[in-house]
Design a protein around this ligand. Structure first.
Ligand SMILES: [Zn+2]
Length: 309
């Protein structure tokens, strides 16, 4: 193990200590609020990818197993405000997707899209009730629907918006970022460790809806922790890894995918995040960690308009 590897191990050990401390504290705080508070969330399924062998999406994956990664969003209803985490593919995704080269189009193909905006309309939900949209990050498959919600504040860490503005296809698509309909609002996380992540933001001050810094996959990726009255806790991790298997096995995306499309902005940081999530899952097996695209994890979540609370 070289110098870099040893430093990473030391860093991880410190991180573990923080994970234990912050989890104990946060779960104690959550139990205080358990009575009477109504926080609920729903997974909104939007689309699926054309599919690939599992070995294409996680290093420990099988070449014999087919995966059809999913695209979706999370609707969170808290007594003090309704939030949307990610948008999935939006109403204009086909036009947006035209910016891609032929090979990228082939690689990231998607199936029939049911945009979040359409699902809201079908349920009679007025999107203007949203307090904010929080994209986990601004890659095309998470930011596509932002233009469908004109004027709604979009909370984004400044590093992420900066990277997106300079970004290129296939990761970032211009038409999804440079659009006057989007109301960008700078998201500043506090220097408060939470779940072992160095920065966080407790949105309503009750420990129930907490954003965490998950930089690595992108410069300003943001994770979301939810603590429900039922005692169930969830951590939505964007694309820290594409699959639950990545968390379980402590495995990144395959090296050749990184080489081919440079998926992670900071490959070493991304690796550290996967290792931290793996430890977190080992220590707290009841915490449900949700990668944005794992179709099996998504299948176990309540599907909009059904909620878990
Ligand atoms: Zn993604």
């Amino acid at each position: 193990m070289g110098w870099v590897g040893q430093s990473a191990m030391k860093c991880l050990n410190n991180r573990n200590m923080r994970i234990v401390t912050t989890l104990v504290l946060s779960w104690t705080a959550a139990s205080v609020y358990a009575e009477g508070a109504a926080l609920r969330f729903a997974y909104i399924p939007v689309s699926a990818s054309h599919g690939a062998q599992e070995a294409m999406v996680v290093k420990s994956g099988s070449w014999l197993r087919q995966r059809n990664l999913s695209h979706g969003a999370i609707l969170i209803e808290h007594p003090q405000g309704t939030l949307l985490y990610d948008t999935g593919l939006g109403r204009e995704v086909d036009q947006q997707y035209e910016e891609n080269s032929a090979w990228a189009k082939a690689l990231f193909g998607y199936t029939q899209v049911t945009p979040v905006a359409d699902q809201f309309e079908a349920q009679g939900f007025d999107y203007r009730q949203l307090k904010a949209i929080i994209p986990s990050h601004l890659h095309w498959d998470h930011a596509s629907g932002l233009v469908d919600f004109p004027g709604v504040p979009v909370w984004t860490q400044p590093e992420e918006l900066e990277a997106a503005k300079k970004g290129r296809p296939p990761a970032y698509l211009r038409s999804q970022i440079d659009d006057p309909r989007i109301n960008w609002v700078k998201l500043t996380l506090d220097l408060k460790p939470f779940l072992g992540f160095s920065r966080s933001k407790d949105i309503f001050g009750d420990g129930r809806v907490v954003l965490v810094d998950l930089a690595g996959h992108t410069r300003g990726q943001t994770g979301l922790y939810l603590s429900l009255s039922s005692g169930q806790n969830y951590l939505f991790i964007g694309d820290a890894t594409w699959t639950q298997k990545g968390v379980e096995d402590n495995m990144p995306r395959p090296g050749f995918v990184q080489w081919l499309v440079g998926v992670d902005a900071d490959p070493e940081g991304a690796l550290n995040q996967v290792a931290a999530l793996h430890k977190l899952q080992q220590q707290y097996p009841r915490l449900t960690i949700v990668p944005a695209h794992d179709e099996f994890t998504a299948a176990r979540l309540p599907h909009y308009p059904e909620f878990a609370e």
